[in-house]
Design a protein around this ligand. Structure first.
Ligand code: TYD
Length: 256
């Protein structure tokens, strides 16, 4: 295993990275040695992949919808995708059976990964190849954050499965819409939180949030934490600015 202990840095726009070029070289080197086919880093593809993640009630779905509208109005070629999908047989199964509590943690994990593999091959990769801006409402980081707690499988292993086994492409930026679990739950359920009824859910969201914040510290992806207690307008504006900077930066550097 390559040791990825490279210090954290912060860009002017607030995104945190761990000397990504060093990390990428190490990761690619390791994958090369292990013979793993590696495609679609944010450096070698035409399109862009931006992901909004966060606990339930963090506002990512509404933010994603608004960002899509604004970027389309600006004239960008944008596609808005969400996971779990409601297109693949596995995504449909999750949406039907999960709310009834019918799925075991390992069945759930398996379905999320199969649904994602379908999504990568049929929607995400084709959009990236066509040069579109892909905005995603949840991606494999949600599987790392939600399924690690219930299955007991470490989140690092869940992210690895997604990256290496199903070749899920790496996002340009992962936005973590961060809000405390109480606020998230209150927003998601649309009413005051009654601790006795919601304890299990609250406990779970506390764990999920903790894992999202661990990604920022320990994972190799490019993350930006967004304070989701702010107004929706402020959240959308901050994400929008970062997206525009990344898109313009790539266009400018490709013209040099
Ligand atoms: P959510 O974003 O709330 O979808 P929607 O608003 O369309 O219903 O996601 C539904 C739930 O699925 C949410 O509680 C998180 C969970 N989830 C996982 O547990 N693992 C995953 O990999 C994904 C994508 C979602």
């Amino acid at each position: 295993m390559v040791n990825l202990r490279v210090p954290l840095n912060q860009r002017n726009d607030g995104t945190i990275y761990r000397s990504i070029y060093t990390v990428k070289t190490l990761v690619n080197h390791e994958r090369y040695i292990r013979g793993i086919y590696y495609l679609n880093t944010e450096l070698d593809r035409k399109g862009f992949l931006f992901v909004l993640e966060g606990i339930d009630g963090s506002g990512k779905t509404t933010a994603c919808q608004q960002l899509t509208e604004i970027l389309l109005n600006d004239g960008y070629d944008v596609v808005h995708l969400r996971e779990p999908t409601n297109e693949s047989p596995w995504g449909k199964e999750i949406r039907e059976r999960s709310p009834q509590g019918e799925l075991s943690p390992s069945e759930e994990l398996d379905l999320f990964v199969k649904d994602r593999e379908w999504h990568v091959q049929n929607r995400i990769n084709p959009a990236l190849l066509a040069g579109q801006i892909v905005l995603m409402d949840r991606y494999f980081f949600a599987t790392g954050a939600y399924q690690s707690g219930v299955t007991g499988i470490p989140w690092k292993e869940i992210l690895r499965m997604n990256r290496e086994d199903i070749h899920a492409p790496e996002p340009d930026v992962i936005f973590i819409l961060d809000v405390d679990a109480e606020t998230g739950l209150k927003r998601a359920t649309g009413r005051e939180n009654k601790a006795n009824l919601q304890f299990e859910k609250l406990d779970r969201l506390i764990g999920v949030r903790k894992v999202y914040l661990e990604f920022v510290e320990q994972d190799t992806g490019i993350y930006k934490i967004i304070d989701a207690r702010e107004s929706l307008e402020a959240v959308v504006a901050e994400i929008y600015d970062t997206i525009i900077q990344r898109v313009k930066y790539r266009h400018e550097s490709s013209q040099r």
